[in-house]
Ligand binder design. Structure first.
Ligand SMILES: [Zn+2]
Ligand SMILES: [Zn+2]
Length: 96
């Protein structure tokens, strides 16, 4: 199975904690602070997060499956709402 690197936003399958981070090496599973391991069984989805603080759009890979949820900005920590774009098959930032 192909691994993933770069910006990742992964939800732990055990405790449900979500974490955004940047992986410099290709990984095939996520290690949570609770000690649980979440393997990337399904292909990760593309997610674009753009915060109002002016930070440029960040391209993540995520294992989230919800229709809409908040992602903390990697720079200012403000919650950024993203929604599933069924046509493009990726998450996009909700523009108010
Ligand atoms: Zn966990
Ligand atoms: Zn921000």
């Amino acid at each position: 199975m192909a691994g993933y690197k770069g910006f990742l936003y992964i939800k732990c399958r055990k405790c449900g904690k979500e974490r955004a981070y940047c992986s410099k090496i290709s990984i095939t599973q996520h290690h949570c602070t609770c000690g649980a391991v979440t393997p990337f069984v399904e292909p990760l989805r593309v997610m674009y997060v753009m915060c109002e603080c002016g930070h440029k759009t960040c391209r993540y890979k995520t294992n989230m499956t919800g229709k809409m949820f908040d992602v903390p900005c990697i720079k200012c920590q403000a919650p950024v709402a993203v929604e599933w774009d069924a046509k493009r098959q990726q998450y996009k930032t909700v523009i108010n």
